[in-house]
Design a protein around this ligand. Sequence first.
Ligand SMILES: *Cc1c(COP(=O)(O)O)cnc(C)c1O
Length: 361
Amino acid sequence: MTRPAWVSVDLDAVLHNYTVAKSMAPAQQAMAVVKANAYGHGAIAVAQKLEGQADAFAVACLEEAIELRQASIVKPILLLEGFFSADELDDIVAHDLWITVHSLAQIKPLAGLSLQKPLTVFLKMDSGMHRLGISPANYTQAYKQLQALDSVGPIVLMSHFSSADDASALTTEAQMSLFKSATQGLTAPVSLANSAAIFAHPQSRQQWQRPGIMLYGASPFNYPHKLADQTLRPAMTLFSEVIAVRELAAGEKVGYGGTWVCAQPTRMGTVALGYGDGYPRQAKNGTPVMVNGQRTALIGRVSMDLITVDLSGIDAGVGSRVEFWGKSLSANEVAACCDTIAYTLFTGLTQRVHRHLLNTS
Ligand SMILES: *Cc1c(COP(=O)(O)O)cnc(C)c1O
């Protein structure tokens, strides 16, 4: 390894977090959401770790599903958006995938299929998020159309929440009640809950939960949530090292644009990590970083390969280990300083960062 930027992924933490999700509705099923390369953690490694325990997996597209099948994942895999084009149906059948149907247009191509094993379909309702899904008014009709097809087997009634992470919003209750009234008379399993709903909305815990971010150990809430904070274990920790140290006089400016001006004599460290690795350029002055186990702060603008940190009063020098988020610094706290969420920190890491998998088996 040449450049000291690396990320560790503790797969035991992912497994633990999956069991937390399961424990919230022990009699029900939970599909581990491993889209976007398992939120940047490595989809194959995560799926292989969870394969013995997980009831199913969920991904965003065919390519992500095939990658898992080719890595010997045999558990069910749901395509969260179903197919984008009917050409994908041959591969969907060949790889034994479950599909979401989110629009009436996706039903027609299913009618022409003759299959040995009928498809499992998650029929998605737009209960208020207004992104994907069949309208409540058309839902029963879509269900009946699917049910009448020989190519369609089990159907799961599905919807997604827009604001399950917002404790004050009544939106989730409204979505659930609309869903309930629009599915009246349909006897089928139900799938509603993402990570935030699993924690915050007990009534959303139906037959199939869909935990994503919680598997990776980040709380789905941007405020303290006792249960999430106490039970989840961060899986990803991002590291690098201090590669240069300098003493700056008061008035000296740091970095591109000179946006940081030293108010006093400052001992400054330059660290080998930047937005080219996925560390957000939006990170503000004062964003926390851990250097040699001590908490300090980013000063100056994030550049492509380097960031600059305040080492005044910190026991550290060239070669000191720097942690950006993970086991000893919450990704949510860092994300808040970058006007973003932990999801984008995790998925934003680039190829340049070496990945080290811990506890693969
Ligand atoms: C990504 C996704 C999830 C997981 O959401 P988290 O907030 O990460 O738990 C669940 N359901 C659908 C439809 C998704 O797209």
